[in-house]
Ligand binder design. Structure first.
Ligand SMILES: *Cc1c(COP(=O)(O)O)cnc(C)c1O
Length: 385
């Protein structure tokens, strides 16, 4: 089989130069925060765990607080400390820690701590200084949070520790399992359980001022779940688990075509020869792979955009690269392939990719690899009012 020589001209300077580029548009985050604030009378906690859903925890935190988020939320103490180190001063809550986490540091750096068990309460009570805590009730996930059967005891113990001046119970939190399905009976059940949990805490003598249950989905669809504070992560970066709201996507992933070649019908491409050219076709090599977070199992459904047209992948996604079937387009090396973006110009979106990969956009954004060059589009000063 005769394969014509591959063109290897260098990428044009106006294209992407060094390779794949991930653009993080913080103006989209600012827009989403303003939209979310209009949707609720509660305070807004910007959840920036997992490096701000892959968008950069400090960048998202700064953008969200400048746009009106009064709280920040993360899982671990060390994520919270990184926000403090970056100079962020609003209340920060860390809710998922082993019992031997560095609670001394958390207290010293003014990091609020969630309490999901008696063991955690005991450990936090022993920390140096007065810990600000949020009692975490499991409102129907059997995951994090205290089981309802142990809640009364936890509240009593927390009251004793508060009376002794060891902790201050600032809040009560829960989390809903099925909020992306508005009307699911687990949502009302979770809300009732949460209300019971708050009443029980008050009955034990506690005065939790900040009650918080809703994450993105419930914030967008169920005002009765908002209470005093909503904890929003996905929606900040434009992921709407409910499909109800026009949020702005903050990410664009693009790469230059590294090489093109013309191949005859029947040419097998990539590992396992999983794909063969149906007719004479031009193939483009793109330097992004599953090592950068592209879901490997999406290859036979996925599309990218080249010269304004959707194009299918040719063969499996490799660790560092994939091949795109360009048909008869006379595409040159250095031209841009858009893997995903906001969708404004017909390019695939993260939610398209999530569908092709049988997953959710959350998993894709948090899986983007450190090898991608990042370009951050900042919010212009004065545009946040
Ligand atoms: C991740 C997380 C959130 C934010 O969830 P989104 O659906 O991304 O808004 C809120 N609360 C808890 C406990 C979480 O783990």
């Amino acid at each position: 089989m005769k394969h014509p020589a591959t063109a290897l001209a260098p990428a044009r300077p106006e294209a992407l130069g060094e390779g794949a580029r991930l653009t993080v548009d913080l103006t989209a985050v600012a827009h989403n925060v303003r939209l979310l604030r209009r949707r609720t009378e509660a305070g807004l906690m910007a959840v920036v765990k997992a490096d701000g859903f892959g968008h950069g925890a400090v960048d998202v935190a700064r953008t969200a607080t400048a746009a009106g988020a009064g709280w920040l939320g993360v899982t671990s103490v060390h994520e919270a400390v990184a926000l403090r180190d970056a100079g962020l001063r609003v209340p920060v809550l860390s809710w998922l820690n082993p019992v031997d986490a560095d609670f001394d540091t958390a207290v010293r750096r003014s990091v609020d701590l969630a309490v999901p068990s008696r063991d955690h309460l005991d450990a936090i009570t022993r920390a140096d200084g007065l810990a600000r805590v949020h009692l975490h009730l499991d409102t129907g996930m059997a995951r994090d949070g205290t089981e309802p059967g142990a809640w009364v005891d936890l509240c009593r113990q927390a009251y004793a520790a508060e009376r002794d001046g060891r902790i201050r119970v600032v809040g009560v939190m829960g989390h809903l399992a099925c909020a992306e399905m508005p009307g699911h009976p687990a949502n009302a059940a979770g809300r009732r359980l949460f209300e019971w949990g708050v009443a029980t805490a008050r009955g034990a003598g506690l005065r939790p001022a900040v009650r918080h249950l809703a994450a993105s989905a419930a914030t967008l669809t169920e005002p009765r779940s908002h209470f005093d504070l909503v904890r929003v992560g996905a929606a900040l970066v434009g992921i709407d688990p409910t499909g109800t709201t026009a949020l702005r996507t903050a990410l664009r992933l693009a790469a230059p075509i590294v090489a093109v070649r013309r191949v005859p019908a029947g040419t097998p491409v990539g590992y396992g020869h999983a794909w063969r050219a149906a007719s004479t076709s031009t193939l483009g090599l793109v330097p992004i792979g599953y090592g950068d977070g592209l879901p490997r199992n999406a290859w036979d459904r996925a599309e990218v955009q080249v010269r304004g047209r959707r194009r299918r992948l040719a063969g499996r996604i490799s660790m560092d690269q994939f091949v795109v079937d360009l048909g008869d387009d006379p595409v040159r090396p250095g031209e841009t392939v858009t893997v995903f973006g906001p969708g404004d110009a017909g390019e695939p979106t993260l939610s398209d990719w999530a569908g092709w990969a049988d997953t959710i956009a959350h998993e894709l954004v948090t899986g983007l690899g450190p090898r991608l060059r990042r370009e951050v589009l900042a919010v212009a000063k004065g545009s946040l009012t």
